[in-house]
Write a protein that binds this ligand. Structure first.
Ligand SMILES: [Zn+2]
Length: 450
């Protein structure tokens, strides 16, 4: 059995407790064997490899409960055309280089067989969730459905749980509930088809909000706001306010009510199946999400810092959900980097400051998600959360919230599977080394093949 020692590092073990300084972590095979105060390297005469991690921070491999484009099969809960396999593997590479060793793919229509093929092709542990309940399938078919094969349609959420799916999700999505997916994909696509002009996600979001409001309602139409948004997007003269109303309403509304119904339906099926339900929590779905929280299913309120919320609204909503026993998740979205839809970290910081956050994920953000460790780095520096607490939110808390997603993972302790990340404490997102199941798969910040 191969033995590897991570020598002389500082450890934040995922449980939320204070860092331990200058320890050796001894990994035998795929398992952490012991954690001891650092010994001289020559005390380890016979081991296969000693990795000097002095001055570095060791944490558990991150467990990311909200990813898209991480398994072969239809993209998003709208059943969009699948990404090419190379792109899925590149997405997984990116997660791995960001320190994530387990992802829950919440695209929702992936089959168990396709998931298994993805998991075999990449060191990241890829886990299955399903959104294939009747209403969610109908919403996907209405909104898009371009990537749904007969096999995807036939593989129901109940089948998926029997085949090892660890959660139902993502229930509702930006693509079926008029959220980010409409703004970064469907609305820009349709505007471009009609005018030849490609608008940005933020411009599309402005048009959407002017037509339907943040909570998505046909009665929210505001002609002046539409004219203003048109001018902002440089489309005055190319499209009328009525055109925009027709485009936005035509994209968002047909699937919207069906997708809202899907929330309660999926929660009921998750309760029966004994798995958590992970929902799209946004201004448009918050009433239905709160209704689910009152029932006795394990509810994960995904990306509770969604950009459709106003700050106080999001924090108070999350607080109420938490009181009712829900697990409040925040996503990094494009908060620090691309900022195509998110305008900044204020809401994320406010959620941490209010003490309502249980888990941290990335979501997709149109392919522009920020690394979890970048969000943790900035948030710790901003003084809104402690490092051990934030690491727990991205590791042990996720493993506990979704029991099947990362058994024996998410903590660094003897007997746990050795999914480990070594990173720079001064720049947490500069990941140096990643180990999955006792094998080093990233060295010096680069993918290595075993
Ligand atoms: Zn979502």
């Amino acid at each position: 059995m191969r033995t590897i020692v991570l020598h002389d590092g500082d450890l934040v073990d995922g449980t939320g407790t204070d860092p331990r300084h200058a320890v050796d972590i001894v990994v035998a095979g795929d398992t952490v064997r012991e954690i001891v105060p650092s010994r001289p390297a020559d005390a380890y005469g016979t081991v296969d490899e000693i990795v000097d991690v002095a001055g570095m921070l060791v944490i558990p491999g991150l467990v990311n409960n909200h990813t898209h484009g991480t398994a072969y099969g239809p993209l998003f809960p709208s059943g969009h055309e699948a990404l090419p396999h190379e792109r899925v593997l590149a997405n997984l590479d990116r997660h791995l280089l960001e320190g994530t060793t387990t992802v829950l793919c919440v695209d929702g229509f992936v089959t168990a067989e396709a998931l298994a093929r993805t998991d075999e092709a990449h060191p990241v542990n890829v886990r299955l969730a399903s959104c294939n309940t009747p209403a969610c399938l109908a919403a996907a078919t209405t909104a898009d459905g371009g990537g749904l094969t007969a096999a995807n349609r036939a593989f129901t959420a109940r089948d998926a749980v029997r085949a090892g799916a660890v959660a139902l999700g993502e229930i509702g999505a930006g693509h079926t509930l008029g959220g980010g997916g409409a703004s970064y994909m469907y609305i820009p696509d349709e505007v471009e088809r009609r005018t030849g002009v490609r608008i940005t996600p933020r411009q599309a979001n402005g048009l959407k909000t002017a037509v339907l409001g943040r909570h998505i309602s046909a009665s929210a139409f505001d002609r002046d706001a539409v004219e203003e948004a048109l001018a902002g997007a440089g489309l005055t003269g190319s499209l009328s306010a009525e055109d925009v109303r027709e485009i936005v309403s035509g994209i968002v509304l047909p699937a919207f009510d069906i997708a809202l119904r899907g929330l309660a339906e999926a929660a009921g099926q998750a309760r029966e199946a004994g798995v958590p339900v992970l929902v799209h929590n946004a201004a448009a779905s918050m009433t239905q999400v709160a209704a689910i929280a009152r029932t006795d299913v394990t509810l994960i309120a995904g990306h509770s810092n969604h950009s459709s919320f106003e700050l106080r609204e999001a924090v108070e909503h999350a607080g109420r959900l938490k009181e009712m026993g829900a697990i409040v998740d925040v996503s990094t979205l494009d908060t620090f980097g691309a900022r195509r839809l998110t305008t900044g970290p204020e809401l994320l910081y406010a959620m941490f400051s209010a003490g309502v956050v249980d888990t941290i994920s990335t979501d997709y953000a149109g392919g522009h998600h920020d690394p979890i460790l970048l969000a943790i780095d900035r948030s710790v520096r901003a003084g809104v959360v402690s490092l051990p607490a934030a690491v727990a939110m991205a590791t042990a808390n996720v493993a506990d919230a979704v029991p099947g997603v990362a058994p024996r993972r998410g903590r660094v302790a003897p007997g746990m599977i050795a999914d480990l990340v070594v990173t720079d404490p001064a720049r947490l997102h500069h990941v140096a080394t990643v180990m999955v199941g006792g094998e080093i798969v990233v060295r010096a910040g680069r993918r290595v093949k075993a």
